[in-house]
Design a protein around this ligand. Sequence first.
Ligand SMILES: NC(=O)C1=CN([C@@H]2O[C@H](COP(=O)(O)OP(=O)(O)OC[C@H]3O[C@@H](n4cnc5c(N)ncnc54)[C@H](OP(=O)(O)O)[C@@H]3O)[C@@H](O)[C@H]2O)C=CC1
Ligand SMILES: O=C(O)[C@@H]1CCC=N1
Length: 270
Amino acid sequence: MTKRIGFIGCGQMGQAMIQGMIDAGVVKAEDIAATALSDETIDFVTDEYGIQIANDNKRLARESDLLFLAVKPYVYQGIILEIRDEVPEETVVVTIAAGITLDAMKEAFGRNVKVIRSMPNTPSLVGAGMSVLCPNDFVTEEELADVMEVFESFGQAEIVEEKLMDAVPAVSGSSPAFVYMFIEAMADAAVQQGFPRDKAYKMVAQAVEGSAKMVRETGRHPGELKDAVCTPGGVTIAGVNKLEEVGLRSAIIQGMNACTDKSKELSGKK
Ligand SMILES: NC(=O)C1=CN([C@@H]2O[C@H](COP(=O)(O)OP(=O)(O)OC[C@H]3O[C@@H](n4cnc5c(N)ncnc54)[C@H](OP(=O)(O)O)[C@@H]3O)[C@@H](O)[C@H]2O)C=CC1
Ligand SMILES: O=C(O)[C@@H]1CCC=N1
């Protein structure tokens, strides 16, 4: 298992992974260190997670066996310029930003560095993350297995070829945002019918979580599961028909394609 884990940047995504890995007990808080810009984040993270956090990126880069770059994509270039001479040869660097390719990392470092391009998601915070990884040629199988163990501590993880990485945000990295929109809209409809807001969120979230569990645990086709809910001449098919009429499926596909197009644009492919 990787010994010292460093996070350059410790915002929404960094904290979600840190909380997830501490809760899982795979990594101890004292083996995790991070950096952030503001005193506000540094104070909050110290109190909340009990990890070491400061604003010294170079030191963190020197002292980490596994180094996550958990900053916004437009900060990557500057951070790599700052740390590229500090990262030891044996350190594995993990990117988590959309559109940062393995080639771009090699170019930014100006030398051969072990890099894993990854795309996690925020449900990692509660141990229900979905992460997708793609290593470069310098990462050994043993190192990849170690890093997979870290990612799997806060959810599920998959390895894919890099050509698929631009499509991953739409499927699992960004898609929690789409699902939250869906949940919010369903709760709005429930509130319109007179349910209190808190009950509406509880009922909708449980229905969404249960449906996802059914897909995963029964292995049945989603269409078959949908059919099992629709009583002939009943209430469900009336709702299904209206959603088809207003283009729910097409709206989702268009939203996902826009997300993938943006990722390709950031990767320099469009
Ligand atoms: N949010 C999400 O759902 C997902 C995000 N990602 C990717 O994760 C990355 C981070 O996103 P997110 O966590 O949402 O962003 P946040 O803005 O929440 O976090 C960014 C962090 O970077 C820190 N930071 C900024 N500049 C520096 C610097 N020069 N040195 C050290 N730390 C710095 C910030 O510090 P401070 O807090 O002090 O401002 C902050 O802690 C992005 O590349 C994003 O694409 C990937 C998958 C999902
Ligand atoms: O919006 C973004 O670019 C990041 C990547 C996936 C989720 N958030």
